[in-house]
Design a protein around this ligand. Structure first.
Ligand code: UD1
Length: 481
């Protein structure tokens, strides 16, 4: 049932008389005039705020999504035709072409053509942490936060390749203020002012799942939530970031999620494949270890690289095996992409627009009597765009397989869940750093944890210097340059 029923607190005809007629008419066209139901009870300031929120709503898009709801999920049929994607570094690639790609990637970095985007607008509901997820301490010895670890990686790459790498952090209504404060309080984590932009993504209102009416969080506030990481496109365009990056010579953006401390930020090999093969979007994947692993599935469909989200892939298709017994749709999305700036500009200006994905969720709201309701069951539909839906529009989209031990340890859950939590991410970092240390002849005592600052881990000369000074790491240690 609609929370607004047929008895709005203020009769609609009164609203029509008192609220701005143009606004009322616009809302009526979309059956959303109940948003003005409390108009007479609002202060002038609240009316201004309500109008501002309404002005940002794309009613046409919402109406379109709700009309096509039954067609939203054709994956059950489409996925049967999905094929595993070819990878740039698959079996037929020689060592020489890997070297060539690495050299091309280093070249693009050295020329200052690469920027970084970290998406950090998620509400982190599963983690149960009261701050933006980027502020979570995960360094196994250092206690450095996800923001610090990933920005350290960017700065290490800039240092190694003698270049500047601008960073865009995308936040949302839920994380923006705290993130801006965090970077201000921590001296922008060492980035120059002109190398950091914190841009806030847009919002979408939740609608009542039965009636399609937009929910109010308060009498003068819509129930808004972030519009998905696909909102990046509009956010970069809206804030003028794309144009600024383009004008300082940035040709490609290295995209990663804030939840993955192992992300191979600015990996030269991935960048090299992207540039050498004129790809507009390149994506890293890992081999899935379980058919139902909660990662998106990177597939080839209609000769285009696409991602089918884990929740959309029918179990029967997910369980299909190749003749050698391996998973047929094996490529898991780890949400690490290289995206060309020109491609983003083209799609931002000329489309096609990224589609909305609909999710049924529990959303608190105020009812027609102005009472706050905390539903126990999912009552609402939320709308999100996904950045990986750019892949089918990209020319020469590429897939690069990586070893998960070297690039994927996401923090999704709190410690109440045994997988993808802060401890599993720390364990993966510890193992990775130990492998690196031992590969150059260093030793570590059992029980000692060694954490390497990225500049030590990535710069072989620095690493070897440290191993000469500390051949055996006997106690837990954090090594910084
Ligand atoms: C996501 C991918 C999945 C992939 C997995 C890898 C989607 C829909 N699915 O799953 O294919 O295998 O990561 O870890 O993305 N974010 C925003 N704004 C938003 C929503 C999210 O910036 O409006 C950011 C979050 O801060 C986070 C990232 O996007 O960094 C992923 O969001 P999350 O909801 O955790 O996605 P998953 O379901 O884990």
């Amino acid at each position: 049932l609609s929370p607004f029923g047929n008895s709005p607190i203020v009769a609609i005809k009164d609203v029509q008389m008192r609220a701005p007629a143009e606004l009322y008419q616009k809302l009526t066209r979309y059956g959303q005039q109940h948003l003005l139901g409390f108009w007479d009870l609002l202060t002038e300031q609240q009316r201004v705020e309500l109008c501002a929120e309404i002005a940002q709503v794309d009613f046409e898009a919402i109406a379109g999504c709700l009309r096509n709801q039954t067609e939203q999920n054709p994956w059950s049929v489409l996925s049967r035709a999905a094929e595993p994607p070819p990878t740039a570094n698959g079996q037929l690639v020689s060592d020489a072409s890997l070297d060539e790609a690495r050299a091309a990637g280093r070249g693009a970095l050295a020329k200052g053509q690469i920027g970084v985007v970290l998406v950090a607008g998620g509400q982190g509901t599963r983690l149960g942490f009261d701050h933006p997820k980027g502020m979570l301490p995960v360094g196994p010895v250092s206690g450095r936060t996800l923001f610090e670890i990933l920005i350290d990686l960017v700065r290490a790459r800039a240092d190694l390749h003698g270049c500047r790498i601008p960073v865009v952090v995308m936040t949302s209504l839920a994380t923006h203020d705290a993130t801006v404060r965090y970077f201000a309080d921590h001296d922008r984590l060492g980035l120059n002012a002109e190398d950091l932009e914190i841009v806030c993504q847009g919002n979408m209102p939740a609608v009542d799942r039965e009636s399609g009416k937009i929910l109010l969080a308060e009498p003068h506030r819509l129930a808004l939530s972030p519009d998905g990481h696909g909102g990046l496109l509009q956010a970069l365009e809206h804030h003028g970031t794309l144009a600024r990056l383009g004008s300082r010579g940035i040709r490609h953006l290295f995209y990663a999620q804030i939840d993955n401390p192992l992300a191979q930020i600015c990996d030269p090999l991935t960048i090299g494949f992207h540039t050498l093969r004129n790809s507009e979007m390149t994506t890293q994947v890992v081999r899935k270890t379980d058919p139902l692993q909660r990662v998106g599935n990177v597939v080839l469909l209609d000769n285009r690289v696409q991602v089918i989200e884990y929740s959309d892939l029918p179990e029967q298709v997910a369980r299909q095996r190749a003749p050698d017994g391996s998973l047929r749709l094996w490529a898991g999305n780890i949400a690490v992409h290289v995206i060309s700036v020109a491609f983003l500009e083209r799609v931002a200006q000329r489309g096609p627009p990224l589609p909305f994905h609909l999710a049924v969720k529990r959303v608190p709201y105020v009812d027609a009597n102005g009472r706050s309701q905390e539903p126990r069951e999912p009552n609402a539909i939320k709308f999100e765009r996904f950045i990986f839906d750019l892949l089918p529009s990209a020319q020469n989209a590429m897939v690069v397989e990586i070893d998960p031990a070297e690039g994927f340890a996401p923090v999704k859950n709190g410690l109440d869940v045994s997988t993808e939590n802060p401890h599993t991410a720390q364990a993966a970092m510890t193992l990775q750093h130990a492998r690196r240390w031992r590969a150059f002849g260093g030793q570590i005592h059992a029980g000692a944890v060694l954490e390497l600052h990225p500049l030590v881990a990535l710069d072989t000369r620095r690493l070897q210097d440290w191993i000469r000074r500390l051949p055996v790491c006997a106690a837990s240690t954090y090594l910084q340059p």
